[in-house]
Design a protein around this ligand. Structure first.
Ligand SMILES: *[C@@H]1O[C@H](CO)[C@@H](O)[C@H](O)[C@H]1NC(C)=O
Ligand SMILES: *[C@@H]1O[C@H](CO)[C@@H](O)[C@H](O)[C@H]1NC(C)=O
Ligand SMILES: *[C@@H]1O[C@H](CO)[C@@H](O)[C@H](O)[C@H]1NC(C)=O
Ligand SMILES: *[C@@H]1O[C@H](CO)[C@@H](O)[C@H](O)[C@H]1NC(C)=O
Ligand SMILES: *[C@@H]1O[C@H](CO)[C@@H](O)[C@H](O)[C@H]1NC(C)=O
Ligand SMILES: *[C@@H]1O[C@H](CO)[C@@H](O)[C@H](O)[C@H]1NC(C)=O
Ligand SMILES: *[C@@H]1O[C@H](CO)[C@@H](O)[C@H](O)[C@H]1NC(C)=O
Ligand SMILES: *[C@@H]1O[C@H](CO)[C@@H](O)[C@H](O)[C@H]1NC(C)=O
Length: 408
């Protein structure tokens, strides 16, 4: 009886260990020499539909047993493709230049038909999401090492990478002894400084965010249930905010954002709420023109402290009442010292929307201004140059006339 309980206990423990065991793979090139190596853990969290407007979230880990079919090693590009379960895959794309290599993207493909993972899924599609983790500046002939968690949220998928050892472009057929440690490990106090760090890239340099361009969201407010919109806005939004000395960036995910607000005669409000971002735009109607008057933003990052920023005397996004304001290029709005907004493909109309359609747009037009400034500046510079050359010529001629011809 006891024996039996022990066996069950150990089986359960074994199963538990098995679940959170690292995935280790090696890929050989056509000459049968090691060219890609990985030892890592990935946790997935996927939200999928189980009915009309009903969704469920499932958590699972990258299993120990994976296939490497479809992995490719070339001179400057490589793909590590791990296949698992019923039609799921996790593919890491690497590129290399002279001294360093990097991960360009991670494509996670999941098959919603697999009912052992996606119970009661109403869809039988195979979906893919592309994440852009910050794995850059890894020295050639070193392996990338990162114990810290690297969380990638894309649409309805969250991937957590941790305890990562990765080497692409392996040269002499065996994994390197030197590593390039990720910045997160270097700054975390729990990890002892490694002596084998090969700093091809200065670890102190602030990591440049490589978030994908945010998805463009369509937001509208209607005064009541059965009427058309009175406020409309479409844009992609990224927020940069300070965490200590570091600047973090986060994208607003439209599909996970709730829309609220109100339309008024003198002012209209748009409120967007996701689990990490809460933002309120206040627009003013100054009789002939409107403008964005105030912004109140709260960011609650998954780790770290919440950042609140408000600015109540802004005067941007100006256009005539009855028209819309449009700016396709990326715009930077500094709300406070600690928080900045970046908008993409923006179009807003906070007043006087008719038939649920945008009215004619007033473009931010900086693009066309910019294209004029350059040739004008060039022309002016050229004229000045010609003038200087002419003056110099005349002065030179005068001097030569004044003096003798002994120079020749
Ligand atoms: C990953 O998932 C495993 C099993 O669900 C869990 O034990 C572990 O804490 C998770 N790790 C992270 C970093 O989320
Ligand atoms: C489902 O969501 C859509 C759009 O969000 C909405 O129009 C519809 O009424 C919702 N249906 C139910 C049953 O809640
Ligand atoms: C699976 O997809 C096909 C093609 O879209 C569809 O005809 C079929 O009904 C789907 N099956 C299930 C179980 O949803
Ligand atoms: C709007 O809804 C109200 C109450 O439900 C109804 O009496 C009214 O006729 C509706 N208006 C339109 C334009 O559909
Ligand atoms: C809008 O502003 C005008 C001029 O400032 C004022 O007379 C009017 O009462 C305001 N209307 C509302 C609804 O607040
Ligand atoms: C904007 O304000 C003016 C004067 O304050 C008012 O006459 C006009 O109706 C307002 N426009 C809208 C669309 O509310
Ligand atoms: C901004 O929003 C926060 C939270 O909703 C609120 O406490 C704060 O007073 C607001 N600030 C301004 C200037 O409106
Ligand atoms: C914002 O308000 C401050 C003081 O309240 C003022 O000095 C500043 O000029 C205002 N900025 C703008 C853009 O109106």
């Amino acid at each position: 009886m006891f024996w039996c309980a022990f066996v069950v206990f150990f089986l359960a423990l074994g199963n538990e260990l098995h679940l959170s065991h690292a995935t280790e793979v090696s890929v050989n090139n056509t000459e049968n020499k090691l060219c890609l190596y990985a030892n890592l853990m990935v946790n997935f969290s996927v939200t999928y539909e189980v009915g009309v407007n009903k969704s469920e979230t499932v958590l699972f880990v990258l299993p120990e047993n994976v296939t490497t079919e479809g992995s490719i090693c070339n001179n400057t590009t490589s793909t590590l493709k791990l296949g698992f379960g019923d039609g799921h895959s996790w593919a890491v794309e690497f590129t290399k230049d002279n001294k360093t290599y990097q991960v360009d993207s991670i494509v996670f493909t999941y098959n919603l038909k697999d009912s052992s993972v996606f119970t009661n899924s109403t869809s039988n599609e195979t979906k893919s999401v592309t994440a852009k983790p910050r794995i850059t500046n890894v020295g050639v002939d070193t392996y990338y090492s990162c114990k810290s968690e690297n969380v990638q949220r894309v649409e309805s998928v969250t991937q957590t990478l941790y305890d990562v050892t990765l080497q692409a472009f392996v040269t002499n057929g065996s994994k390197s002894d030197t590593d390039t440690v990720c910045t997160a490990d270097l700054t975390s106090t729990t990890v002892a400084p490694t002596t084998t760090v090969t700093t091809t890239a200065a670890p102190t340099s602030t990591p440049t965010p490589t978030l994908p361009t945010p998805t463009t969201g369509n937001y509208s407010i209607a005064p009541d249930f059965n009427s058309t919109a009175c406020l409309m806005a479409t844009f992609g939004l990224r927020i940069g905010f300070k965490q200590g000395d570091k600047v973090e960036t986060i994208n607003l995910v439209p599909s996970a954002t709730e829309v609220g607000g109100a339309c008024g005669v003198n002012s209209s409000i748009l409120i967007l709420t996701s689990d990490t971002i809460n933002i309120m735009f206040t627009f003013s109607n100054d009789s002939k023109k409107f403008h964005l008057h105030a912004l109140n933003v709260t960011v609650k990052p998954a780790t770290g402290v919440a950042v609140v920023a408000a600015n109540t005397n802004m005067s941007i996004w100006v256009a005539a009442v009855g028209s819309s304001y449009m700016c396709n290029k990326e715009q930077t709005l500094t709300v406070t010292e600690t928080l900045t907004l970046y908008t993409f493909k923006l179009r807003v109309q906070p007043f006087g929307v008719e038939k649920g359609e945008f009215a004619t747009a007033e473009d931010c037009g900086d693009d066309t201004k910019g294209s004029w400034i350059v040739p004008i500046a060039f022309g002016v510079a050229l004229a000045v140059l010609i003038f200087i050359v002419l003056i110099a010529y005349f002065i030179g001629r005068k001097r030569n006339q004044g003096s003798s011809y002994e120079h020749f």
